[in-house]
Design a protein around this ligand. Structure first.
Ligand SMILES: [Zn+2]
Length: 284
């Protein structure tokens, strides 16, 4: 299975429990980090070098957190595309985008999947397509199309387009991270269930993974690895530590993908989803 995370930490917040469940069942788990979170502004007058160091640091934090869950760093692929800029890449393919944070216009990290890849729509599409063909995942965890963070929405769009091009039909499980004050209440509530926002219930098909006690404990432990984030949004990070994790098999806005100026329709994928695998996560 493949987890596609826009930023380092999304993979553990949304899928930290289910990753362990897949590993327990002997599945191969791979994690794809699309950006390294190198656009997070915490202060004034920060240099491009600061943001590059932040990207490096957040990547290492993810490796450490995933190691706790049982995912070896060899199974983590970091693309190094620009944080907070993925919608720009989706919308504009004419010239490389320059990150307003790192000032880079190509992947600046030597440990990335393709160092020096230009920050363009084509480069990211091509990397995703290549990875899909090579890894041939049977299950993909990807951002929910109604996630309100632009990078999350863009990752959804890029992933669907890459799958369409590759002709693959994996099971798609969409996870939500940014949606107003959701999950509510904020902070660690180990005994509370994670429920979908009311406005995303109609027409959707949510499935749930109930975490075992040891999975919950390990997920908490892994979240502590994101030290660059803990200082600022500790409560928010722990809001995702609940009895269960949630995935939508059939998000409403998957019906069409809009990319100016052309419209891309994905009928084959949707047929695959509808036939899909209901409640495939329930305990065996
Ligand atoms: Zn994110």
């Amino acid at each position: 299975m493949l987890v596609i995370a826009p930023h380092p930490d999304d993979e553990v917040l949304a899928t930290g429990g289910v990753i362990q469940e897949h590993l327990r069942k002997g599945h191969v788990v791979k994690v794809l980090l699309v950006t390294c979170g190198d656009g997070q502004r915490r202060g004034l007058f920060l240099s491009s070098r600061h943001f590059l160091r932040l990207g490096e640091r957040r990547y290492r934090e993810s490796l450490q957190a995933l190691q706790i869950l049982g995912v070896h760093e060899k199974r983590v692929i970091a693309l190094g595309y620009p944080d907070r800029s993925l919608m720009h890449l989706w919308a504009d393919s004419s010239k490389p985008h320059t990150s307003p944070y790192t000032k880079a216009c190509a992947v600046p990290y030597e440990w990335a999947y393709r160092p020096g890849a230009p920050y363009t729509h084509e480069a990211l599409s091509s990397d995703l397509h290549e990875i899909m063909i090579k890894e041939h995942p049977q299950v993909i965890y990807l951002p929910h199309p109604r996630d309100r963070h632009g990078d999350h929405h863009a990752v959804y769009l890029f992933t669907r387009a890459a799958l369409h091009k590759s002709g693959l039909h994996p099971q798609l499980r969409h996870y939500l991270v940014h949606y107003g004050a959701w999950p509510f209440p904020a902070g660690k509530c180990l005994d509370k269930p994670l429920l979908p926002p009311r406005s995303l219930q109609q027409g959707a098909h949510w499935i749930t993974h109930e975490l075992r006690a040891e999975q919950l404990e390990r997920k908490c432990h892994a979240i502590h690895c994101y030290r660059s984030q803990m200082h600022y949004i500790e409560d928010h990070l722990f809001s995702y530590v609940r009895r269960n994790e949630l995935f939508d098999l059939q998000p409403i806005s998957a019906l069409t993908l809009q990319r100016e100026p052309r419209l891309i329709r994905l009928p084959k994928l949707l047929i695959g989803l509808r036939r899909g695998q209901s409640n495939a996560l329930s305990r065996e």
